[in-house]
Write a protein that binds this ligand. Structure first.
Ligand code: TXA
Ligand code: MG
Length: 325
């Protein structure tokens, strides 16, 4: 396809970045890698360009976008005021997989924030994303580059699968290093609330902020003390297959035997790897098993420490226990 350009993930070719930057300046769409997942980018201050993101993804208009910035100087005019927690967190975790929600400045188009008074800001470290922000010189609104309701793309192939001809350019830098999305932290609540666990862990945030609340699908699940096993079979989502989650391998094996006995095609997500590898491969594995047309996908949940919290959250969403954006 002629709208896919391969770029070096460590030192991206300047010509490719220039081409992408020009498309963004002209109001087009560019899919690009970040350290978490691929994003579908548009000029954040151009309402028509932002509208194209929603159309391409078939994303409902109520779901606000993350705005990516090159540095704090680019973020500053997008927010109403610079709060001290923002400065502190940005100095510790930017560039990186942390998205901060703060009150927005009037100049930010309502389309970007889905008419909310707040804006979600993030500075990625992936060299391709950083170069694009640097050369384009503008804030880039970018949700994950998947079709709404599908797992986030961690490879350019996933973007092609979901969005192909709906984007002007796809920068292909291979698999994204982290594999799950950024942590979304709402600084307008006190204490700050994790709206989505992700690449920066709850423990890391607590070490800097003290108290942090957890306001997401996983919060309820953790409060209940884990999943019950086959009881929580929920048909919904992302993979076409049903997803069932287990607290240990023995429960999973028993269920796999039972399902196979019923003549079902069973796919097992490999969760024996360390948590970094599991996060890295999670969405690709879900897409792969789905492509194999299995009836049921089984997975053992990782412990909720560190990146495990984000992986549990995504698995619960895949099982139909949370929103999928
Ligand atoms: O890692 C990531 O965050 C990736 C890469 C591309 O940066 N982006 C991403 O975007 O995952 P998206 O749109 O798929 O998820 C953004 C999440 C959504 O759950 C959205 O509701 C939330 O951030 N969000 C955005 N703006 C918000 C706001 N003003 N208030 C509360 N939540 C917000
Ligand atoms: Mg998304």
């Amino acid at each position: 396809m002629n709208n896919v350009v391969k770029v070096d993930p460590h030192s991206p070719q300047h010509l490719a970045i220039e081409r992408a930057a020009k498309i963004l300046r002209d109001g087009g769409l560019v899919a690009f890698p970040t350290e978490t997942v691929y994003g579908l980018g548009a000029h954040a201050l151009d309402p028509q360009a932002v509208h194209k993101i929603f159309a391409a993804k078939e994303r409902p208009g109520w779901d606000p976008l993350i705005v990516h910035v090159r540095d704090l100087a680019m973020a500053r005019p997008l927010m109403k005021r610079l709060v001290s927690q923002f400065e502190l967190l940005a100095s510790r975790f930017w560039p990186g997989p942390l998205t901060l929600v703060v009150e927005k400045a009037p100049q930010v188009p309502a389309e970007v924030t889905a008419r909310r008074p707040t804006i979600a800001l993030r500075m990625p470290w992936h060299p391709v994303a950083a170069a694009l922000l640097e050369v384009a010189g503008l804030p880039i609104a970018a949700p994950s580059a998947n079709r709404f309701g599908r797992p986030s793309p961690t490879r350019a192939e996933h973007v092609i699968e979901d969005l192909a001809d709906r984007v002007d350019l796809i920068l292909d830098a291979g698999p994204t290093p982290i594999g799950v999305e950024s942590t979304v932290l709402d600084l307008t609540q006190s204490p700050p609330a994790i709206l989505r666990p992700g690449g920066v862990s709850r423990e890391q945030l607590e070490r800097v902020l003290g108290d942090v609340q957890l306001a997401s699908a996983v919060a309820d699940e953790i409060a209940r003390g884990g999943v019950a096993g086959p009881g929580m079979t929920l048909k919904h989502y992302s993979p076409r297959a049903a997803v069932e989650l287990f607290e240990n391998a023995r429960q999973l094996q028993a269920r796999a035997d039972e399902l196979r006995g019923q003549g079902k095609q069973v796919g097992v997500l490999d969760s024996t790897a360390n948590i970094d590898n599991l996060a890295h491969a999670l969405f690709a594995q879900l897409r792969e098993l789905d492509a194999q047309n299995v009836d049921v996908i089984l997975c053992v949940l990782p412990p909720s420490q560190g990146l495990g919290l984000a992986v549990r959250d995504r698995l619960l969403r895949a099982a139909g226990k949370g929103d999928q954006t």
